[in-house]
Design a protein around this ligand. Structure first.
Ligand code: ZN
Length: 172
């Protein structure tokens, strides 16, 4: 087959009927007409990227899990505690945004959503609690605050990194 001519054939890698341009599948980049070595290099590279995406996604899942955890903690603790109705409602309502942000982050732009969640967390922990004297802070211990902040920051970086890595992966 001429290397200059455009041809379509079924790609053995992505199984799409794809254009072959510059010896490569235009859908996934697999060097269909390249050497066995070139094909192996492509497969190794794709596998390495896929592995790093999986690794970074672990941090993203932990951060999403943390948001659900904080949200549920607020909701269940304040519903169960023997508090005045006002405190009960305030505490329970504070849990809702965390659950909502967790739901959004598992589907849409997690790196931004984690930063929004971090902002909301810092606001409730350090600003809101000093404005209104409600026992709404659940993380009195400094180490607990450090863990929450770290997990959200790491989750945001991992999500951003992961989204950029995915752009380098073939589109199937
Ligand atoms: Zn392909």
């Amino acid at each position: 087959m001429s290397q200059n001519a455009l041809s379509t054939e079924e790609c053995p890698h992505c199984h799409e009927e794809a254009l072959v341009l510059d010896q490569k599948c235009t859908n996934c980049g697999f060097p269909i007409e390249g050497s066995k070595e070139a094909q192996q290099v492509f497969l190794d590279k794709t596998e390495a990227i896929q592995k790093r995406v999986t690794e970074t996604q672990t941090y993203v899942k932990w951060a999403v899990g943390l948001l659900y955890f904080i949200g549920m903690l607020y909701i269940f603790i304040f519903l169960r505690l023997n508090l005045t109705l006002k405190v009960k409602i305030s505490g329970t309502l504070l849990g809702v945004p965390y659950v909502a942000l967790g739901l959004i982050a598992s589907r849409f732009k997690p790196h931004l959503i984690f930063l929004v969640a971090l902002g909301f967390y810092l606001f409730t922990e350090f600003v809101l609690t000093s404005w209104i004297s409600l026992p709404i802070t659940l993380f009195n211990q400094v180490w607990a605050k450090v863990i929450v902040v770290s997990m959200l920051v790491i989750g945001s970086i991992a999500a951003y990194y992961s989204e950029n890595l995915k752009k380098k992966l073939p589109k199937y």
